[in-house]
Structure formats: structure tokens, C-alpha cells
Design a protein around this ligand. Structure first.
Ligand code: 5GP
Ligand code: ZN
Length: 142
């Protein structure tokens, strides 16, 4: 038996408030919403993180999240904008190790936001950006 809370939601042994379902994915309300209307979109199959996720799956999750985001202003949810958020790894804030894409309705003054490090205000040199870009490009070309 799985110990993964999202697998339990998929199999129906843990209740959830579903907003969308197809053969590949499920979308349901987050139990502890950042803002009212916060939805999670997950693959029905258990993939712990992005390393395990088949590349075509990410596109499907995004498409469903996009549809949900565009629905929000037509509901009673307060939604002047929407954030997508996906934590890959503990250091990135991942707490549930079953891939999930957050769809978070946003409005001015909602109090949610990223916390930046003190160095955020100091823009890196172009040479530093270029050096990092080269490394990423090289990895992508492998
Ligand atoms: P993470 O920090 O891993 O990106 O986000 C995990 C999310 O899963 C959190 O927003 C948390 O509120 C949500 N969550 C955890 N357990 C449950 C649950 O049992 N049901 C639902 N609907 N959401 C959950
Ligand atoms: Zn799972």
C-alpha cells in the first residue's frame, strides 16, 4: 500500500475536492491554500520529482493548469492574477514527493510572495550571466 498522500487521493482512499480529471492527471483543491482557490495539478502516476517525470507529462500538467488559471476570474475566487509554482526538491520547498504544480490565484495585497536574499538587489555582471548560460547550454546539448 502506498504511503504517498497524493497517490491516496488518486486512488480515492483520502478525500479531495476535485476540479478536473483525465486519464493522465488530477487537479484538486489544496488543503492549506495560500489563497482561496489554490489548486494542485498532479500526474496520476507517482513520480517523486522532476527527475522522474516523463518529459511529455510536464506539458500536459501545464496545459491543464493553464485552463484552470484562465477559469479563475469567471468563478467567485478572488483572482486578479495567477502564479504557477512547482517545487523540485526539499531545498526548493518540496514537501510532498509526488510531482505537483500549484495554481495559486493572486490579488494585490494578498500578502504572499517570494522572500529575496539580501544580494538580490545587486545585479550580476553580464560575464557571470554568460558563464552560467554557457554551462546550462552545454548540458542541454548533451
Ligand atoms: P509542496 O510544498 O510540496 O510544493 O506543496 C505540498 C502541498 O500539498 C501544500 O500546499 C499542502 O497544503 C498540500 N497538501 C498536503 N497534504 C495534502 C492533502 O492531504 N490534501 C490536499 N488537498 N493537499 C495537501
Ligand atoms: Zn504518489
Amino acid at each position: 500500500m502506498t504511503s504517498c498522500i497524493f497517490c491516496k487521493i488518486v486512488e480515492g482512499s483520502v478525500p479531495s475536492s476535485k476540479v478536473y480529471e483525465d486519464e493522465i492527471c488530477l487537479a484538486f483543491m489544496d488543503i492549506q491554500p495560500v489563497n482561496s482557490g489554490h489548486v494542485l495539478v498532479i500526474p496520476k502516476t507517482h513520480y517523486a520529482n522532476l527527475s522522474d517525470l516523463p518529459s511529455n507529462m510536464g506539458g500536459h500538467l501545464f496545459q491543464v493548469a493553464q485552463r484552470i488559471a484562465l477559469c479563475m476570474p469567471k468563478t467567485n475566487v478572488k483572482s486578479e492574477g495567477v502564479d504557477f509554482f512547482l517545487a523540485h526538491g526539499e531545498a526548493a520547498g518540496q514537501e510532498v514527493f509526488h510531482v505537483h504544480l500549484h495554481v495559486i490565484p493572486r490579488y494585490k495585497g494578498d500578502g504572499f510572495g517570494f522572500k529575496f536574499s539580501p544580494s538580490y538587489d545587486i545585479l550580476p555582471e553580464r560575464s557571470e550571466l554568460d558563464a552560467i548560460a554557457i554551462q546550462i547550454k552545454q548540458q542541454l546539448e548533451k
